[in-house]
Every structure is written in structure tokens, then in C-alpha cells.
Design a protein around this ligand. Structure first.
Ligand code: SF4
Ligand code: SF4
Length: 175
């Protein structure tokens, strides 16, 4: 672990919510964009599983929930079927109660924070949550580099994305 990495771990694992990591993420926005567009894809992909593990060993989502508080996952047909069954609701009633269609034609929650988010930041439908929620923030998937616009947006509010991009920036071999 390099000095910068140690700093990041302390920076995030301590009182990271009170630190200005978002200011740093904003300052490094151009560097992240360059990395995602011009970086050596295979070298980045190889590092993702370890960086993903590392990020979530220092960041506890239960202290954050920024994704569930501010954005909606897409509720695809299999998600709707699984969740409505779990809740013992008819699919049509589940949709009417919780969902709306967005501009891309996807079902999303009617309003944020997500209605399934508890006051303790736990997800009330965790076992059957939408696939988008299960995969978010894509820090161990090629989506991280294949969808740079999404990654750059996620880096503004998800400390795990920030953490992974910072470590990749530190690796001078990736560009
Ligand atoms: S924004 Fe990132 S760190 Fe925060 S709860 Fe969501 S996935 Fe976890
Ligand atoms: S379904 Fe659960 S994990 Fe997904 S946004 Fe809502 S509270 Fe968060």
C-alpha cells in the first residue's frame, strides 16, 4: 500500500462523510475522464476486483446510502415480478404504488429517497432488490470503463467509485 493509498484509506474509513472527498473528486474530474477514455483497459480491468474489495473494506454503505437517497434504480420486468411476489402484491398494484416511467421508458421509483430505504439505511427488500442495486456502483465490472459518463456521475456521490478511480490514477502504468 503506497502512501497515497494509506492516506485514502484513512481519509475514507475515518470520518469520511465529514471530509471533502467530493471536492477532490471534482478537482480530479478531468483526470478520471482521461483515464476512462484513454487508459489501458486490460490493465484497469485486472485491478478492479482487488480495488473493489479494498474500497468496500473501508467504506460501509450503511453509513452512506447516497445512491438510495438520491437516485433510482431501473425496475426491469424480472425485478418487478420478484419484488411484488416478495411483498405479496399484484404486479400492477406494485407498479401503481411505487413506480413511474422515466424519459427512457424504464420504471423508476416515483420519488427519492427510495421508498424501500429504512431510516437505518437498510434496504427493506435487500434479498430481492433490483439488479441495478445489486450491481451498483459497478466498481468490479467493465461498465466502469465502458460507460464513462455514468462512472463520472457516480464519482460525484459514491465514495467507493471515488476510491477506485483515485487508486487507478495513482497507477502511472494505466495510461
Ligand atoms: S453511494 Fe456508494 S458507498 Fe454510498 S451506499 Fe451507495 S454504493 Fe455504498
Ligand atoms: S431497492 Fe433497496 S438498494 Fe435499491 S435503491 Fe431502494 S433501498 Fe436502495
Amino acid at each position: 500500500m503506497g502512501i497515497q493509498k494509506q492516506n485514502d484509506a484513512a481519509f475514507i474509513s475515518g470520518e469520511w462523510k465529514d471530509k471533502d472527498w467530493q471536492g477532490r473528486a471534482a478537482a480530479h474530474h478531468k483526470g478520471y475522464a482521461r483515464l476512462l477514455q484513454k487508459g489501458k483497459k486490460n490493465r484497469i480491468l485486472k485491478q478492479l476486483p482487488a480495488l473493489h474489495e479494498e474500497a468496500f473494506s473501508v467504506i460501509n454503505c450503511l453509513n452512506c446510502a447516497a445512491c438510495c437517497k438520491n437516485y433510482s434504480p431501473r425496475f426491469k420486468t424480472p425485478d418487478i415480478k420478484r419484488i411484488s411476489k416478495y411483498l405479496g402484491m399484484k404486479e400492477s398494484r406494485f407498479i401503481d404504488t411505487y413506480l413511474r416511467l422515466d424519459e427512457d421508458g424504464d420504471y423508476v421509483v416515483k420519488q427519492t429517497p427510495c421508498p424501500f430505504l429504512g431510516t437505518d439505511n437498510r434496504c427493506g427488500i435487500y434479498e430481492v432488490r433490483p439488479s441495478d442495486c445489486e450491481r451498483f456502483p459497478y466498481t468490479n465490472e467493465d461498465v466502469l470503463i465502458n460507460r464513462p459518463r455514468i462512472t463520472l456521475k457516480n464519482a460525484t456521490f459514491c465514495p467507493a467509485v471515488f476510491y477506485v478511480l483515485e487508486q487507478l490514477l495513482e497507477d502511472k502504468q494505466v495510461e
